[in-house]
Design a protein around this ligand. Structure first.
Ligand SMILES: Cc1cc2nc3c(=O)[nH]c(=O)nc-3n(C[C@H](O)[C@H](O)[C@H](O)COP(=O)(O)OP(=O)(O)OC[C@H]3O[C@@H](n4cnc5c(N)ncnc54)[C@H](O)[C@@H]3O)c2cc1C
Length: 399
């Protein structure tokens, strides 16, 4: 473990051995070091997205402040000031609500389109994970690699599944008063379920409904003196513009020749189990299998990757198998379920259980389920996964 050390580039080792040579940067300078295997755990939320627009300098010269959502970490920033937030996902609504609660003078949120948001408690009563985060719910979505019988079952269940989602939409519209807020999404909720579905920030919709947060549909066009001009022509007077526009996905330190093997031109990642690629030897990714339960995903990926690296998976895939699976998964994301293509296709939601089942089978866990009822109707449980992993063949790092 080296702290305060950045990896700026990596190339294949020059001594003919497997592995990579890493260019490291520390406060003392630069250095190079060889490693046999590289696990890339650089996250999807560490490099803020940027946005430069005309008029920025003039806005700042008037005392205006422009910052990324990741830098909004001091609530006093908003006190008595006019805050405009760009973005419509979780960070944007968190910041808008926090700004109101912190005594901002005015709060405006500028967003592209209304999206379905999930409350912590559905109907104000039931924790969302007890309804939306269970195997029974996951099975309403046709997943990858299913056979004709499973497809037939999905066809037969279609009307009931359809009614289930319309029921949920009705509940969410009523609970959040989406009509009053003029924020009824135009898409079907089941078509949108993936890692980009935000949890509704408590207080957000009531604040929109009573005008404490002004919501404008559009995007920033440019800055003009102390205002932000919105794409619909509206002008919002502002002291602070918060860009809640997310993070950059990428592996900038990987050489271009390998990057093209990892990421297709449409941005889709070519990763078997979202962890490894046969054309990127001595290398794997942990935490790129994002989901609604990132810790469990990363943990299982780490258990999988160490075994893969040492050839100790119970089912060690061949290169051919990995390539075929990558192509099948890309087809699923591009054609069968486009919502699965968000974030470079690296999101496993809503197919958590299927993903975990695959990883555990590869690892060789003999116990992979709780009791039938618990497994079908309760959310994933970290203790259960610890037991599943304990049922796998013991792993010892190869010398
Ligand atoms: C606003 C926000 C809210 C979230 N809320 C939740 C939540 O409620 N529940 C949940 O489960 N998840 C949540 N997430 C997601 C969660 O934060 C991430 O899934 C988790 O942090 C991923 O952990 P990680 O270790 O894979 O990556 P990160 O936490 O992103 O860590 C990556 C690390 O790699 C380092 N790094 C990057 N590039 C280099 C380099 N070239 N050289 C050296 N080091 C490098 C970074 O400095 C960083 O330390 C949220 C994310 C955001 C942005």
């Amino acid at each position: 473990m080296r702290f305060k050390t950045g990896v700026v580039a990596m190339t294949r080792r020059t001594d003919g051995k497997p592995g990579w040579m890493l260019d490291l940067k520390t406060s003392d300078g630069a250095s190079r070091e060889d490693f046999d295997f590289v696990a890339i755990c650089t996250g999807q939320f560490s490099d803020p997205q940027t946005l430069s627009l005309p008029g920025e300098e003039a806005f700042k010269a008037q005392g205006g402040q422009i910052l990324h959502s990741s830098s909004y970490n001091d609530a006093t920033l908003a006190m008595g000031r006019k805050v405009v937030v760009l973005g419509g996902s979780k960070s944007a609504t968190d910041i808008a609500v926090n700004a109101v609660d912190s005594g901002a003078g005015e709060v405006t949120i500028v967003y592209c389109e209304p999206v379905w948001r999930i409350p912590y408690f559905i109907g104000g009563l039931v924790n969302f994970k007890r309804i939306l985060y269970i195997r029974a719910q996951e099975q309403m979505f046709a997943s990858w690699g299913i056979g004709p019988l499973a497809r037939l079952a999905h066809m037969i269940a279609k009307p009931m599944v359809w009614a289930n989602w319309r029921g949920l939409e009705g509940l969410l519209k009523a609970q959040f008063k989406l009509g009053t807020c003029k924020m009824v999404p135009e898409t079907r909720i089941e078509d949108d379920v993936n890692c980009s579905v935000p949890i509704a920030t408590p207080g957000f919709f009531p604040m929109v409904a009573d005008g404490r947060i002004k919501a404008i549909r559009g995007t920033f066009d440019h800055y003009a003196a102390n205002t932000v001009v919105i794409s619909n022509g509206e002008r919002v007077s502002a002291d602070i513009a918060v860009l809640a526009i997310g993070y950059k996905l990428g592996v900038p330190f990987l050489p271009e020749a390998y990057r093209v093997k990892l990421v297709d031109p449409d941005g889709q990642y070519r990763l078997y189990r979202l962890i490894a690629n046969p054309d990127l030897p001595d290398l794997g990714f942990v935490g790129f299998n994002s989901s609604f339960c990132t810790v469990l995903c990363a943990d299982l990926a780490a258990h999988w990757l160490v075994r893969y690296a040492d050839g100790q998976l119970a089912h060690q895939p061949s290169e051919r198998e990995m390539r075929d699976n990558i192509e099948m998964m890309l087809h699923f994301k591009r054609v069968e379920r486009p919502a699965a293509g968000v974030y470079g296709g690296l999101c496993v939601a809503p197919y958590h259980y299927k993903h975990f089942d695959e990883l555990l089978a590869d690892i060789g866990a003999t116990k992979r389920r709780r009791s039938a009822l618990a497994e079908m109707f309760t959310p994933p449980d970290a203790d259960a996964y610890a037991q599943f992993l304990a049922s796998a063949p013991n792993y010892h790092a190869a010398a």
